[in-house]
Design a protein around this ligand. Structure first.
Ligand code: NCD
Length: 337
């Protein structure tokens, strides 16, 4: 695909070679993310970061990625502080904000809302999560992490075996990741959820017709026995009609070190899009896994910066200028030792 000026709305817009291109640009962003060098390539550019739903890492990751390329960030968070509470349409908001920004990142609780917004925007729009639909940049950073973890073991994404666990019905990260895995060969996916929270049938069908071997289970222990990656997710409480309904499913699939040791192959990589629900009635990934070197959750968030920097550089067409407008860091860098 031609990235220049493109909206990033859904995984469906990518071919495998596009993903390869994003990942190779992401690799080149590492010196900047690690503060070995500073680039000013996006000096003067403004990111409109619009998050109308709870977010910590996605919002700050998009903003930091833009800052790391030398751009400025303007942010609005929550409906209450925006004119949407005065009845303004998303389209009008898009027409206005695209006059202030060079690119816009948006999260919104309604499925399809980011695409509607993009249709009225004069600048590229990136989907930071539209309701229970998709979260394409998360899937890209997840797959980038998978690729790096497997590469360290002399493997690549083809032949991957992964268990995706939790609220697969409402979890937009697994919707996007499922679609993304369909681009690769000999992938085996085990879907582990309560029956009521199964991955939407249309996504399962698409994966199967693309050649992914999909198996379905509502039991954790045996499902994590023969996989390279355990991808755990949070019960998406905000998508249920009541907290009581979400409570029915909370804590059903808890992974801790004892279960990991008993059932997983050695060196199985543990992932989660975060936030992990660490309250005692949920505890999807117990804190006793924190010293397990195969826990990749904070490598995922670090990798998210690289992938989002790559997307900005591609969409704003500066990939080949990033190094040209760079210099060494002047401050003490606690990451280098
Ligand atoms: C996810 C999301 O918002 O969809 N978080 C994230 O962006 N990393 C997952 C979640 O909230 O459970």
């Amino acid at each position: 695909m031609n990235f220049t000026g493109a909206h990033i709305l859904s995984i469906s817009q990518f071919q495998r070679q596009d993903v390869d291109q994003i990942f190779s640009v992401a690799d080149r962003m590492e010196p900047y993310a690690l503060r070995k060098r500073v680039t000013r390539v996006l000096e003067g550019a403004i990111l409109g970061n619009m998050f109308f739903e709870a977010s910590t890492r996605t919002r700050v990751s998009f903003g930091s990625a833009f800052n790391l390329l030398g751009g400025e960030v303007r942010e609005t968070a929550g409906f209450e502080s925006s004119a949407l509470v005065k009845g303004e349409s998303l389209q009008d908001t898009a027409r206005v904000l695209s006059g202030f920004s060079d690119v816009i990142c948006m999260r919104h609780p309604q499925e399809g809302s980011v695409a509607d917004f993009a249709a009225a925007s004069r600048v590229p729009v990136m989907n930071g999560g539209d309701g229970a639909n998709e979260h394409p940049t998360q899937a890209l950073l997840d797959l980038y992490t998978i690729a790096r973890e497997l590469k360290a073991k002399g493997r690549n994404i083809d032949g991957l075996r992964i268990a995706m666990i939790g609220d697969l019905r409402h979890g937009r990260t697994v919707h996007s990741l499922g679609k993304l895995l369909s681009l690769y060969d000999n992938v085996q996916v085990t879907l582990v959820s309560p029956k009521e929270l199964a991955l939407p049938e249309a996504i399962v069908e698409n994966m199967r017709s693309a050649g992914v071997e999909v198996s379905i289970s509502d039991e954790l222990n045996n499902s994590i026995a023969n996989v390279d990656i355990v991808y755990s997710t949070r019960i998406q409480e905000e998508r249920f009609t009541s907290k009581e309904e979400a409570d029915l499913y909370r804590g059903k699939f808890r992974l801790n070190q004892a279960i990991y040791t008993q059932y997983c192959e050695p060196n199985t990589v543990i992932m989660h899009p975060l936030p992990r629900d660490s309250r005692s009635d949920a505890n999807e990934l117990d804190s006793d896994l924190d010293n397990n070197p195969n826990l990749a959750i904070f490598r995922q968030t670090d990798n998210g910066l690289l992938v989002r920097m790559a997307l900005f550089a591609l969409v704003l067409d500066v990939v080949d200028k990033v190094d040209e407008y760079s210099h060494e860091v002047r401050w003490y860098n606690s990451r280098q030792n």
